[in-house]
Write a protein that binds this ligand. Sequence first.
Ligand SMILES: *Cc1c(COP(=O)(O)O)cnc(C)c1O
Length: 356
Amino acid sequence: MYKKLFIPGPTHVRDEVLEAQTAPMLGHRSTDYSDLQAEVTPKLQQLLYTEQPVFIYTSSGTGVMEGSIRQTVLKRSLNTVCGAFSKRWHDIAVANGVPCDKIEVPMGEGFTPEMVDEALAEGDYDVLTVTLNETSTGVMNPLKDIAAMVREKYPDVVILVDAVSAMGGVKIEVDAWDVDVVISSSQKCFALPPGLTIAAVSERAMKRAEQVPNRGYYYDFLDMYKYFKRNQTPATPAISLIQALNQQMDDILADGIEARWERHIAMAEVVRAWARQYWALFPNENFLSNTVTTIKNTRGVSIADLNKELATRGAMLSNGYGGLKEQTFRIAHMGDLTVEDVKWLLGMIDDILDLA
Ligand SMILES: *Cc1c(COP(=O)(O)O)cnc(C)c1O
């Protein structure tokens, strides 16, 4: 049975976007395809407030995280770990034999610029990884402030940003903040099916990649850029998904991107107020996410059973991640969901658990 998804990816996809995938197939070396990529790219640049290249990879986000860390570290990477997804940066670096260290905060906490500064000062780092929105805990890190500190004190450090569960839902000013690689998968705030990764890549990142000899093949920024200039990709892209992306970007821009950021904040505020009333928020209040709220299961209800009941009513939320399962649960409020959708979900939970 169809369920409206309040999980942090894949998110609910509107029918118009699903249907855009059924447009006739194009040859990926044809001018028809180049026209498509030439059409969609400036829309992505507008969404990200950037004039630098925005690449479309046919891959999940994790692939581009791996490609990015592989081709930007000459010396050492500092990885900021505040949950399961930010830990992935560190695991990827280790798996690739990339020299790295991690700094870690407890689940529910985030990073201040001062904490990152202290750690960067201790080693000879040339890459910093940051997770804008830690989906496992519902923590949003102050990327703008962290980046400002890095640009002032460590100008050569390349900043890699996992924005997978934030891009398209929160404002990320790529050029003004001067961050280097900003990555998002299609199945989160873009509200598309999974399969694409959108990545803004700076000149600083590409200059660094030039110096890295074994930087890998599929994700190579320099190769991507060579093809980007003629509106193509080195390997065959998921053309149907890019058709859907083009449709979705038209709709996003027609609604207005500022309105999109505001809608995400409004949804987050509704969920937070409800969580404070009937439960408790899991993260430190200074780092609350605008796209996913993690709630402490203070009532000790079975989240699995709650989800089963919700399923019969056509909705689905997320249990806590990993060790936080049943101790917390997560409500994603991202993508094309609305305040009305969120109120509908909360009303059903009130009814099922007899809260209100
Ligand atoms: C979903 C998610 C990922 C993983 O993305 P994939 O597209 O599944 O590879 C990475 N980081 C964060 C913060 C996420 O929310």
